[in-house]
Design a binder for this molecule. Structure first.
Ligand SMILES: [Ca+2]
Ligand SMILES: [Ca+2]
Ligand SMILES: [Ca+2]
Ligand SMILES: [Ca+2]
Length: 637
């Protein structure tokens, strides 16, 4: 058997007259093989050492036929096509399909189209396919004849890599179905002869359609007459289909019995009872045969995800997100205030979508009724969702804000979900600078309007809100001034305990200030090429700047040039930060009166060791980096 697989279909020893001629041919081939083995014995021996440990594999699946009641029975099911794709990806030497290959019974004139459909599908396998007849393939003398003409002999055998494969016919129509669901008569005589002459096979595998060993089919004939024969010849395994499940039945006298009928026909969804689409990989080594069951749908090619596909997906995700505009509210002129706004939902993609939008207030502070709306939107179509927010005081006009949750689903299965907080757009008018000396002395900032950070609702982190002891624990006044050459920044921080012992890159874990700029004020949901973020900290008595975000790719040259001076008050309760930020570091190329850019600031506090939290102008630095929360800074005349 060292010669390996017989050459294709012609090498099969079938039943009846064909079998006789094949038998003769087989004997002849054996003789040739023996001569060949002697001649190249040395070479084979060398090769055999390398091959001995080699594993090879074949695949078994069954009942690939279309489910009953399909509109077009000539079309093979998607599950079967998917199995073919996955088997090709995993690789195997050959495939055996254990019957119910097509959806019969059908009138004789329909059958050629059914077999054409099957042939078309299995042409997709990258390895030889061996078919087994099932009850949907043959049910009378006519269908049996067509099967033999179109597919395979009803029973046959072949060899591969020293193992022997035997295909049996559980649907025997001969003698007026006298041997139906039995292996009797001519077939068992052929089987006995085939087993006798394949005695030296490394492994022997048997395939048929119905699980004749279960007594539900053909009574006890299998266990009384066939099984002892297989056991005596040390058959490794018998595979069948017919039942649309996977099930490993008890091994009897060393013969494994396996049902695999999940390659395409109708199936339940009870994995625990074997009811799921699948195929079986049989891994063969000289001393072992191991089975692996693969559930259809989880084998992928290497290009399932690529850099390009990720970029395309991101693009469509961003487009989908744009269907839900950001809601930006400006601080009302007076309080108490009630603001009515509307979410304008528009399908900005080129595909129809199912969208679910909901608005909820996690704080119950805004007096905002929860909203939920589902809709199917064609491209360009949309709807409005009005809502009302109320705030009792200016201090109450603060984050967190009600949240808009969106789930978008496209017909092709792609889905996107996103959450957007309602933005409370803060604004600051930045005066022109007088002469500023960068020394940490803020006497040159007299009269400059301040962004005041002293409200519990401005604190970042829930637990910090609980432990915060008031403005003396942490609060700040932040100011900006501008000149053609730079933006100037100052912060007067009140903090009862000063602590800064970290290295510059970790300064955020102790007392320090973080400032961030959205140069183009384009309000992106992540940092982009016009955005930057810096830390200012007094470390070991030295005024240090650390760059947390700086877009090197944006055509900016060199490194940030901003400088700072930081000084502590004599009583130790205040820290004064002063910084000069060149416009390049702000991300503004031509500053002038009326220029608007995005800005944010947070002040971190630690009093005993680690960072407790921060107080800040808006979200978007401490929580996650999101410039669209940043406030607007407008340069004054
Ligand atoms: Ca100064
Ligand atoms: Ca403190
Ligand atoms: Ca930006
Ligand atoms: Ca502190």
């Amino acid at each position: 058997m060292a010669g390996g697989e017989d050459a294709g279909f012609g090498g099969c020893s079938g039943q009846g007259q064909k079998g006789t001629s094949n038998l003769e041919r087989r004997k002849l081939m054996r003789r040739i093989s023996i001569v060949a083995i002697v001649t190249v014995a040395a070479l084979v021996l060398i090769a055999a050492i390398g091959q001995a440990a080699d594993e090879w594999r074949f695949v078994v699946m069954g009942d690939n036929r279309p489910p009953g009641g399909v509109a077009d029975p000539t079309v093979q099911p998607d599950t079967f096509l998917e199995n073919i794709r996955e088997v090709n990806l995993l690789g195997a030497d050959l495939v055996v399909i254990v019957g119910d290959l097509v959806l019969g019974p059908q009138p004789e004139e329909i059958m050629p189209a059914l077999w054409d459909g099957y042939d078309k599908a299995i042409a997709g396998f990258e390895m030889p396919v061996y078919s087994v007849a099932g009850n949907h393939d043959i049910w009378d003398a006519v269908s049996e004849r067509i099967y033999q003409e179109r597919v395979k002999p009803l029973w046959y055998s072949f060899d591969h890599k020293g193992s022997h494969f035997i295909v049996l016919d559980s649907e025997d129509q001969s003698d007026n179905r006298a041997h139906f669901e039995k292996i009797e008569g001519a077939q068992i005589e052929w089987l006995k002869a085939d087993l006798a002459k394949s005695k030296g096979a490394e492994h022997t595998f048997v395939f048929m359609h119905k699980p004749l060993w279960t007594f539900d089919y053909g009574g006890t004939q299998w266990m009384e007459e066939v099984h002892p024969l297989l056991a005596a010849h040390e058959v490794d395994a018998v595979f069948c289909g017919h039942v649309h499940i996977y099930e490993k039945n008890p091994t009897i006298d060393g013969v494994r019995y396996i049902i695999t009928g999940g390659a395409g026909a109708e199936i339940g969804d009870w994995k625990e009872e074997g009811s799921f689409h699948h195929f079986v990989i049989v891994r063969v080594k000289p001393d072992t045969v191991r089975l692996t069951v693969v559930q259809t749908g989880a084998i992928y090619a290497e290009d399932i995800v690529t850099t390009e596909s990720v970029a395309a997906f991101r693009e469509s995700r961003l487009t989908a997100r744009q269907c839900v505009p950001r809601v930006v509210l400006h601080r009302p002129a007076s309080f108490p205030a009630e603001v009515t706004e509307s979410l304008h939902i528009v399908n900005r993609t080129d595909k129809a979508m199912d969208i679910t939008v909901s608005l909820s207030d996690p704080t119950d502070r805004w007096g905002c009724a929860p909203i939920k709306r589902k809709a199917h939107l064609k491209p360009g179509r949309g709807f409005d969702l009005p809502f009302t927010l109320s705030a009792a005081s200016s201090d109450e006009w603060a984050y967190p804000t009600p949240e808009v949750s969106v789930m978008i689903r496209f017909a092709d299965g792609r889905k996107f979900s996103t959450k957007k907080g309602i933005v409370l757009r803060e604004s600051y008018t930045c005066p022109r600078a007088s002469i500023i000396k960068l020394d940490g002395d803020l006497s040159d900032w007299k009269g400059v309007p301040a962004i005041v950070l002293d409200n519990r609702l401005q604190l970042g982190r829930k637990d910090f809100r609980k432990s915060w002891r008031g403005p003396d624990d942490l609060s700040a006044r932040v100011m900006l001034q501008w000149a053609p050459e730079a933006l100037y920044f100052a912060a007067e921080v009140t903090d009862d305990v000063f602590l800064q012992t970290r290295k510059p890159s970790r300064m955020w874990q102790n007392d320090c200030v973080q400032i961030a700029f959205d140069g183009k004020n384009d309000d992106t949901e992540e940092y982009g090429e016009d955005d930057s973020e810096y830390g200012l900290g007094l470390i070991g008595g030295e005024s240090m700047v650390h760059t947390y975000f700086w877009p090197y790719a944006a055509g900016r040259k060199g490194t940030p040039k901003l400088t700072c001076a930081i000084r502590r008050s004599k009583d130790g309760k205040h820290v004064f930060y002063e910084a000069t930020v060149p416009w390049d570091d702000v991300g503004v190329s031509e500053p002038g009166a009326g220029t608007v850019f995005g800005f944010n600031v947070i002040v971190n506090d630690s009093d005993t060791g680690d960072r407790r939290g921060w107080i800040g102008w808006t979200p978007g630095v401490g929580e996650s980096k999101a410039p669209y929360y940043f406030g607007d800074v407008t340069l004054a005349e």
